[in-house]
Design a binder for this molecule. Structure first.
Ligand code: NAP
Length: 282
C-alpha cells in the first residue's frame, strides 16, 4: 500500500486530494489537520511520520487568509514557513518526497506576461513573504521536493466563488476589482496534477494553475453567467476597493502564472479555467 500523508486535509486542496485518490485501491490517504496534527510542532510532525511511515507527504496546510497574515505575521510565519520546514525535515529523515504548495503571491505582480518558474520572486504581502520563506525552507531541508505554486484556488470550503454567490443573494450590484488579473484554479484540477506529478521523481518548482487569465471582475461575471444570477458586476479599481475596505492587504496587479515546467518537463496540461469552473459549479 502506498501511503500519502496529506496535511491540512480539511482545507480546499486537502479535500480535493482525498477525492482524486478515493478509488485507488493501492493508495491510502493519511489525512491530518489541526488540532490533531499541528505542522508548526516539529516533534509532533516527526513522531507522526515515524509512527505512520507514509511514502510521501503533500502539504496542503497553510495560513491562507491574506489580510489575516498582515495582521498576525508571527502566526503566518509559523504556519507558512516553519510548518513546511518541519515537514521537510521529517521527509528528509525518512527519505520520502514532499509536495509543498505555494502561491502566485511570491511574485511582485508588476509584470506584463505570465510568470514562469525561473522568474525572480519579490512578494508584496506578508502572506507572500511567509510562503516564500516556506519554499526556501523546503529546498534547504529536504532533498526530494516538489513546490507547486497555484493561484485563486476554489474547492470545497470558503472561497471566492462561494463569497460572490452569497453576496449576489443580497445585492443587485457588487463592486469587483478589474485591475488585478490571475488564473482561477479549481482545487480538483490542481489535485489531479499533483497526482500526476508525485510518481515522476521530477523534482523542482512547478506553476500549477488552470489555463487562461482573467480579472476578479471577469471571474465573477462568469460565475454569475454559469449560475444564471442576474446581479450586476461593477468593475472597480484596486484603489477604489482599498477606499471601501481600507484594511485589505496589497495584492499583485498581474500575478498570472505560466505552467511552463508542467508543459516543458512533463507535457502535462491543465484544464481551461472556464471549463474547470463549469465542472465545479455543476
Ligand atoms: N486559496 C487560495 O486562493 C490559494 C491561492 C494560492 C495558493 N494557495 C495555497 O494552496 C494551498 C492550499 O490552500 P487551500 O485554499 O486549500 O487552504 P485552506 O482551505 O485554507 O486549508 C488549509 C488547511 O490547513 C489547516 N491548517 C492551518 N494551520 C495549520 C497547522 N498549523 N497545522 C496543520 N494544519 C493547519 C487549516 O485549518 P483551519 O481552517 O482550522 O485553519 C485548513 O484546514 C496552501 O498552501 C495555500 O497557500 C491557496
Amino acid at each position: 500500500m502506498y501511503k500519502i500523508m496529506v496535511t491540512g486535509c480539511n482545507g480546499q486542496l486537502g479535500r480535493a486530494i482525498k477525492q482524486v485518490y478515493e478509488n485507488e485501491a493501492d493508495t491510502e490517504i493519511l489525512g491530518t489537520d489541526v488540532p490533531d496534527l499541528d505542522i508548526t510542532d516539529l516533534n509532533a510532525v516527526r513522531a507522526y511520520v515515524k509512527e505512520n511511515a507514509p511514502n510521501a507527504i503533500v502539504n496542503c496546510a497553510a495560513a491562507t487568509n491574506v489580510d489575516g497574515c498582515e495582521k498576525d505575521t508571527d502566526l503566518a510565519y509559523k504556519i507558512n514557513a516553519i510548518g513546511p520546514r518541519n515537514l521537510a525535515i521529517a521527509a528528509n529523515e525518512n527519505d520520502i518526497p514532499l509536495v509543498h504548495i505555494s502561491t502566485d503571491y511570491v511574485f511582485p505582480g508588476d509584470g506584463n506576461r505570465p510568470y514562469i518558474e525561473f522568474d525572480e520572486t519579490a512578494p508584496k504581502s506578508a502572506y507572500g513573504r511567509t510562503k516564500l520563506a516556506g519554499e526556501r525552507f523546503v529546498q534547504q531541508f529536504s532533498k526530494r521536493w516538489y513546490i507547486v505554486r497555484t493561484a485563486w484556488l476554489y474547492g470545497e470550503g470558503k472561497n471566492f466563488v462561494r463569497t460572490m454567490l452569497s453576496l449576489a443573494e443580497k445585492n443587485d450590484t457588487i463592486g469587483v476589482v478589474d485591475d488585478q488579473v490571475g488564473n482561477p484554479t479549481s482545487a480538483l484540477e490542481l489535485a489531479r496534477a499533483i497526482k500526476a506529478l508525485l510518481p515522476t521523481d521530477q523534482y523542482g518548482i512547478y506553476h500549477g494553475t488552470c489555463e487562461g487569465i482573467c480579472s476578479w471582475a471577469d471571474f465573477t461575471e462568469e460565475i454569475f453567467r454559469l449560475k444564471g444570477v442576474s446581479t450586476k458586476v461593477e468593475h472597480i479599481s484596486s484603489e477604489e476597493y482599498k477606499r471601501r475596505f481600507p484594511a485589505s492587504a496589497d495584492r499583485p496587479a498581474y500575478s498570472a502564472l505560466d505552467n511552463y515546467m508542467f508543459r516543458l518537463n512533463l507535457d502535462y496540461r491543465f484544464a481551461d479555467w472556464k471549463d474547470a469552473l463549469k465542472e465545479y459549479l455543476a
